[in-house]
Design a binder for this molecule. Sequence first.
Ligand code: DAH
Length: 364
Amino acid sequence: MDADPLPPLGAYDPETLDQAFSALREEVETSARALAGPELFRLRWLGRKQGRLKLLSDAWLKEAPPEARRTVGQRFNELKAAIEQTLHALEQQGDASALLGESIDISLPGTAPRLGAEHPLMRTMQDMVQVFERMGYSVASGPEVETDFYNFEALNFPPGHPARDTQDTLVLANQERKPARERLLMRTHTSTVQIRTMESQPPPVRVVIPGKVHRNDESDATHSPVFHQIEGLCVGTDITFADLKGTLDHAMRAFFGPAVRTRFFPSFFPFTEPSADVQISCPFCGGRGCRKCKHSGWIELLGCGMVHPEVFRAVAGKQPAYDPARVSGFAFGMGVDRIAMMKYGITDIGLLYSGDARFLEQFR
Ligand code: DAH
């Protein structure tokens, strides 16, 4: 039994006494719950040598100045009565469970608290972001509810451009009265933050943008209307396609392992020119072909390209240093969900959004 000493009382005015005694009342209640059985409770409070009540009597009652002795004594008696009442209740409880044949089996396993685990998506995102942080990139974010301007127009998807159809967009209702570029929508990609970043700072920039995006896609094993991307943007003077290749090649090897190779294919995005799709050699089979790479030896992982002059022009109004004649840059974007699924062998994207603890607990 521990005998934590009672702190000296210091003063004997009604307020101090109120506080001191109500703290003790609380202590009585907590210890009734915490101590295993009435006998331990009795020892703690009423034990003849080390009981709390004895300590209290020594430290507070006997030390009280004559004029306070009456009130302290009164409160002392009230506390004592409360302790005795609690003890009585504890004893009755004990009797009742003895009657029912219940006793505490201390060999039973305890109730383990359920520990949380980092979500596989967040872990993947964090790991990938770290690869770029080590290359001197900073991290930015932007809103998920965006204007048409940031999601499309500034990225060189003018109104009516067919490339808009590749991103089935969720738009907010009742926006018709606004000018087209101010209408709100759920961002379909993180490329929006390329524009926001350049508007807010002059070159050079090196930034990665992890975030959530939304599309009007039917859910199935590989599609979810909510998913995650990591965007990258690097702008400076004399940034070339060779820098883009070197950066992504390094990043993929840092993330998937040093044996992984990359290859680039011509592609199209309105906001990059030239544009490319990037494949990596399958990190699971080393490129020999397996189920994960659908026996092709390669996995398509991201889109990229050199920042289109029109994109620089869209921000040059606010940051004149983004003059396409003076700066150049590259951008890239990758889907985090696919990478996480590949890395952890998850075959249904829906599991990432199910909030099912049994699924998540596997990633501890
Ligand atoms: N925003 C594109 C998408 O969601 C991905 C992308 C492609 C981002 C090329 C880029 C890029 O920055 O250069 O489909």
